[in-house]
Design a protein around this ligand. Structure first.
Ligand SMILES: [Zn+2]
Ligand SMILES: [Zn+2]
Length: 250
């Protein structure tokens, strides 16, 4: 079975912290250059740029966009929801809109939240404060992701902010989530005892970071269904490797 590289956690200009260069075309081009075939587009509590990324990828060829969103729970834990198509993601997005506070973004302070088309034309701005937490606790956010047909991944569990470890002190064993994600700085092998598939992603906010961390998967073809089979260990599909772990000197 062929091996494909997946970077399933990449932000766009819609995230206030996303670089203004992080447009759909730039993200797709960077993924292609890095040999990333499965590209998860996951902005903070928002997903308006997913259709543009899907279209940019279709035009560029050889990259499959996985519609996704990075939900912030009330505990300020980040959870990735991966979805089979933009419509199912849209249902989850509706729930996030209901559960996110009404605070407005202050672009001069936090950054612009830009909605674009597949040619990188600006269509508008999301004026909600997307870096805010929703009022859903972790279990509720996971329940909704699953209810709307998605796959729930505890994001960057090794990181010192916005992770299960930093906010709640531990990562509960399966099946609280469907999989867990580590950054480029953690050894995925340290988490296997929890009973989850472990992915590694870049959490890129700049084009130069796209594909800087990735998961290698054996799949028949690079599709959402095959990806989920691999993360569930079904049908011989599986996670077979990762980009290198970066050692940080204490
Ligand atoms: Zn995050
Ligand atoms: Zn992120």
């Amino acid at each position: 079975m062929p091996v494909f590289r997946a970077d399933l956690h990449v932000h766009t200009v819609l995230s206030p912290c996303g670089d203004m260069e992080q447009s759909p075309r730039a993200v797709v081009k960077a993924a292609k250059n890095k040999g990333i075939t499965l590209l998860g587009i996951a902005d903070h509590n928002a997903s308006e740029n997913v259709p543009a990324c899907v279209e940019a990828a279709r035009r560029a060829g050889s990259v499959t966009v996985i519609p996704a969103v990075e939900v912030a729970s009330v505990e300020e834990v980040h959870i990735l929801g991966l979805f089979p198509n933009p419509a199912d993601l849209g249902a989850m997005q509706g729930k996030i809109h209901q559960r996110l506070g009404d605070d407005k973004n202050v672009p001069e302070k936090f950054g612009y939240q830009v909605i674009v088309d597949h040619r990188d034309n600006v269509l508008g701005f999301n004026d909600r404060f997307l870096l805010a937490a929703t009022d859903m606790d972790v279990d509720t956010a996971v329940r909704y992701i699953r209810e709307y047909g998605g796959f729930a991944v505890a994001a960057h569990v090794d990181r010192p902010a916005f992770s299960m470890t930093s906010q709640l002190g531990f990562v509960p064993p399966a099946p609280t989530f469907d999989a867990i994600e580590v950054s480029r700085f953690a050894d995925p092998g340290e988490y296997v005892d929890l009973g989850y598939a472990v992915i590694r992603s870049s959490d890129a906010h700049l084009p130069g970071e796209v594909g800087a961390a990735y998961t290698e998967l054996e799949l028949e073809e690079p599709t959402y269904d095959e990806l989920i089979m691999a993360l569930r260990g079904e049908g011989g599909r599986k996670v077979v490797g990762y980009s290198p772990t970066i050692k940080v000197m204490a």
